[in-house]
Design a protein around this ligand. Sequence first.
Ligand code: MIC
Ligand code: SF4
Length: 643
Amino acid sequence: MANLTMKILREHLIQGELSRGREIKIRIDQTLTQDSTGTMVYLQLEALGIRKIKTALSVAYIDHNTLQTGFENADDHRFIQSAARKYGLYFSKAGGGICHQVHLERFAVPGTSLLGSDSHTPTGGAMGALAMGAGGLDVAVAMATGTYDMKVPGVMAVNLKGKLPAWVGGKDVILKILSDLSVKGGVGYILEYRGEGLGSLSLTDRATIANMGAELGATSSIFPSDEVTLAYLLRQGRGGDYRPLAADEGAEYDAEITIDLDGLEPLVALPHSPDRVARVKDHPLKVDQVAIGSCTNSSYGDLMMVAKILKGKRVHPDVSLVISPGSAGVLRALSDSGALSDLIGAGARILESACGPCIGMGQAPPSGGISLRTFNRNFKGRSGTLDAEVYLLGPAAAAVSAVTGRLTDPRTLGEMPRVAYPEVFAGGEEYLIPPVESSEPVTLIMGVNIKPFPRGGPLEDTLVKTVLLKVGDHITTDDIMPSTAALLPFRSNIPRLSEYCFKSQCPDFAARASAMAGGFVVGGENYGQGSSREHAALVPLHLGVRAVIARSYARIHRSNLINSGIVPLEFVNPEDYQALGEGDELEMTGLRQALEAGGIIEVTNLSRREKLACRFTGSPRETRTLLLGGTINRLRSEKDENL
Ligand code: MIC
Ligand code: SF4
């Protein structure tokens, strides 16, 4: 009696035993990268020395940094395009849309495995694919070998009871789950949706839910593939990709929650965390900005609903409304249906189909501004304005609030408009360049901004270093390595980025790290949640960070640390977090042997003359990786047979 997750894992299993917590090797059918993690991925692919990718399909998207405020981005895009040509990938040009939305439209297939260098890759779970986010190096290795090493997660059933009421959408469902489970409630799980409520969720409602499973810390989220999936694929002209898929009757799960859809209301996440959830109607705040888009809510259905609400109305004089359609296909369909005119007629600012404001690429709110966003993350400072207050909500509530100038419950509008879909969407491939077979060798085109990435060396047996920084719980990778319009152009230039490491937590972190010749970072629970950017490991590596000691880690960041050769240690006794302070000098001896034996690492706090115990719990592969100083060193030394 297998659940859907285990069925797909079984079909893809290459090595290992499918039992929870064990490490397995699976076949990866598809990969995706985006530009801000992609440059590093293709540098790593180059370092792995392969000729062609081994996946059935891989796509390199350009969607995060499309502003091209200087030559740097344009150079990066050209580099990625040359890598796509060299290794045999699809290339999705700037303007084509946000990777997750385009992938759903053009490429996602039920029952396949997808690995992406972006934490919201699980969006593909809406299609019944096993779609996971990972660090860039893991995605490079997946392309090079067609495989991925992962820990078998637990599977949590999410039973959907009843049906979605009017004016309530996918965003409200996932916000409700976030308020019940918190930003670490999904850690170690794949969330598998089932039950009578599924039929009332459109495929893009499902995509919104699967997308924001990332905010729960979940490994992925997955929906069955059913008539809703088929209808979506037919509209995309891809009916042939359909395959019905569901869990067996009576399938077993490791955990279970139930959501009563009938009882849901329009919800909003308050600043500065996606799990601080409240009812829209309880917060009638005055707003300065409304931003509609991102990979969470930028589909045709979402934006048509917005257009219907705005038709014949005006955006409030004190509000700036910005709309980024999720893909060129969506933008074109809005234009063909006349809805684009309704949006412009209401005074909306139409942006390029890209991540845009979601990753701080423009449209920063005014000082102390209130911004309502249909996005998935509202971490402090991510909008580009440190003292802005960002609220996350669904597109209908966002649209009506843009008109009233206050956070407004869309149910006040009365009857909900109905959105009609074209039978088949026109186009959608104009921005896609398919792989070509070429007999000529292709040269990678590197701009001057592309610098070599740092590589770790074999782990020292004794480390005597200083605690450079001590941070609290739920530190995000945005905190570790911020991503603003000014910084995004330097994603392929680690030395330059390093000046901004931990900037919001400790303005002189980089100077401190270089004065101390590196050291340790101490963290709380769920260290490294959020974005998959491996820069949050590569930059500390460049600054000499040798180990992090935290209460617990977010999955992708923990792997990124190991991949780059930084040891992610945990406190044996979580209370010992209190016993470490910034500036303390710590000594770790017999590190290599302790790691090999999977045992306890004794840490002497030389400054306080105290001892405490830490441990590294990882698979034999992860231990070998750390001993050798990172994944590239390990693959090279093992001469991986798949390479
Ligand atoms: C994000 O939403 O934070 C990003 C930008 O898409 C990241 C990737 C990145 O930092 O490049 C993600 O979620 O993985
Ligand atoms: Fe882009 Fe935002 Fe989605 Fe990340 S969360 S992929 S930045 S739209």
